[in-house]
Write a protein that binds this ligand. Structure first.
Ligand SMILES: *Cc1c(COP(=O)(O)O)cnc(C)c1O
Length: 386
């Protein structure tokens, strides 16, 4: 396909909500993507953390194709083997009691908000949720309301009430805490706002504070989950046990799926009719996700930690790099140049990187090879030092 035709059709027909880079990827293989001119790129974005084992991974594809040959959709009016298999796997891996499936991160978080409000309303008449400044929880009205960034709170008034935005510290949370607080929602690694890892002492204190008051602790692991940080879920780095965990992005390995995992006292919060989704837990997406989750083993997680350390060590030595943040293969880079400019110049040189606020962000597929990492670091060095 001629790329200029794609660009002009996009301009004519697609609602212009995205600041797209001028490239159309046509196909891929592992950590390599090819554009409409057949040009090759190393992928350190994974389609924003989605293609967790890269493009067209053979094992994942086989699982998806096998389900496509069975049936593509049946509806949540009936039982579903791919869905129960995935839910069982997630519960056994995490200790969750129950799972609700949606189709995206925002839907997983919507579910968490509903679960927290029902839990709080029924027991105590509480329904306020504290979220953190610089958080990102999604693009629906409820999840935008939950998102603690002013720039997202333009144009679409009225937003949903019942959210308070705290500085990421105990003092910050205490300043927002009222007798109506039913939950606190955090990203252990704040992705969209620049790959900021929360302070461990704060997260531990917050867990204790919540537990003592029967306030639910919700971890949004939409981006940081599914092995991305070198643990199955990033909260494991902090030694805490949340009540609700949401995830999406990497879970489906490339197909849309979101999950809201309900732990312990929350497991029984929903009853018949409380929530639902037509597409949620689609059998094809679930069959792919089963393959992904089964492959996130302890040895893979160790590899991810090693690769993360490798990136960090080399990126930290690049001139003009001010700070390297993140955990595992969720990496933020603060440099003296605008992040967008770096991303564009990397793309020109055949490397895909993301940005997050003022940072360059790397979310490479977890199976990126040593030579691909070396090549990526080389291009980043050229671009950032130039
Ligand atoms: C991407 C993201 C979301 C939103 O996910 P969608 O699938 O785009 O709805 C929510 N929370 C976090 C932390 C994210 O990174």
């Amino acid at each position: 396909m001629d790329k200029n035709q794609i660009f002009s059709d996009d301009e004519q027909y697609i609602a212009p909500t995205y600041a797209r880079f001028r490239v159309a990827f046509e196909r891929g293989n592992g950590c390599i993507l090819y554009d409409s001119d057949g040009r090759e790129y190393i992928d350190c974005g994974s389609g924003i953390g989605v293609n967790i084992f890269g493009a067209c991974d053979e094992e994942w594809k086989a699982a998806v194709k096998a389900q496509l040959d069975e049936v593509q959709h049946t509806s949540n009016l009936y039982y579903s083997y791919p869905q129960t298999r995935l839910a069982g796997l997630l519960c056994r891996k995490t200790g969750a009691g129950k799972v609700f499936f949606g189709n995206s991160g925002a839907e997983a978080n919507e579910c968490a908000v509903k679960a927290a409000r029902k839990y709080g309303n029924e027991r105590y008449g509480r329904n306020e949720i504290i979220t953190l400044k610089n958080s990102f929880h999604g693009r629906t009205i409820a999840t935008l309301s939950a998102t603690g960034q002013d720039e997202f709170h333009k144009y679409f008034h009225p937003f949903l009430g019942g959210f308070r935005y705290a500085e990421p510290s105990m003092d910050g949370v205490l300043a927002c805490y009222t007798d109506k607080t039913c939950a606190v929602m955090i990203e252990c690694v704040q992705g969209e706002s620049g790959v900021h890892v929360l302070d461990e002492k704060f997260v531990k204190e917050l867990e204790k504070f919540c537990r003592e008051r029967d306030i639910l602790l919700i971890c949004d692991e939409v981006q940081s989950g599914n092995g991305r940080t070198g643990k199955m879920y990033a909260y494991e780095h902090f030694g805490i046990r949340p009540d609700i965990v949401t995830t999406a992005k990497g879970l489906g390995g490339g197909l849309p799926i979101g999950a809201c995992m309900l732990f312990g006292k929350c497991a029984e919060v929903f009853g018949r009719g409380d929530h639902g989704s037509t597409f949620g837990g689609n059998p094809v997406a679930c069959a792919g996700a089963v393959n992904i989750v089964e492959r996130i083993t302890d040895s893979l997680l160790l590899e991810v930690q090693g690769k993360g350390a490798y990136f960090r060590a080399h990126l930290g030595r690049i001139k003009n790099v001010i700070e390297v943040t993140g955990l595992g293969l969720m990496i933020g880079l603060k440099t003296s140049k605008p992040a967008r400019e770096i991303a564009e110049r990397c793309l020109d040189k055949g490397l895909i990187v993301l940005t997050a606020h003022d940072r360059v962000r790397l979310l490479p597929p977890l199976n990126i090879s040593k030579s691909q990492m070396e090549q990526a670091i080389k291009i980043l060095k050229e671009v950032i030092e130039q």
